[in-house]
Each structure stands twice: as C-alpha cells, then as structure tokens.
Design a protein around this ligand. Structure first.
Ligand code: ZN
Length: 87
C-alpha cells in the first residue's frame, strides 16, 4: 500500500518549481514535499491490485487546483526560510 499523493506532489512540485525563483536543492524539495503532503489528505492505493484504479485516480488528482495551491504555499514557506544557509 502506498500514499499516491506522494508521487503526485513530487511530479507537481517539479512543474511548479520551474516557475519559481527559489532554492531547489534536495533538502528544500524534501521540506516542500513534506509540508504539502501534511496539508493534503493522503490517498492510499493497493499497489498489488489497485494499479489501474490508482492510475486513473492519479490523472484526475493531477489536475486538482487544491494540490497546486498546497504545493505553492509550501514552496513559498520553505523559500522564505530555508532549512539551511542561503547559498
Ligand atoms: Zn535549498
């Protein structure tokens, strides 16, 4: 079983970060992902039998504005106070 939101947030984060002028190191990206995932309801899929359902669902969820909003908020927060020294 896995939380399919993790994959969706990872994919959307890459897209959103392309348009953002902020640190994009692995540490910041992990912080952004964690923050966004905490703000989004997890969605679990059975990775053994639920592959098809999971994939169809993923396509629908990828277009969710709510997810983009949660990720954008997380990016802004981490960008304003990165968890490391500013390079
Ligand atoms: Zn960083």
């Amino acid at each position: 079983m896995k939380n399919i939101m993790e994959d969706i947030v990872s994919e959307r984060l890459e897209v959103i970060l392309k348009n953002m002028d902020c640190c994009k190191c692995e540490q910041c990206k992990t912080d952004m992902k964690a923050l966004a995932l905490n703000a989004i309801k997890p969605k679990y899929a059975n990775t053994l039998t639920g592959e098809l359902y999971g994939r169809v669902d993923t396509l629908l969820l990828q277009n969710s504005i709510d997810i983009d909003i949660a990720i954008t908020k997380a990016v802004s927060l981490v960008a304003s106070m990165p968890n490391h020294k500013i390079n």
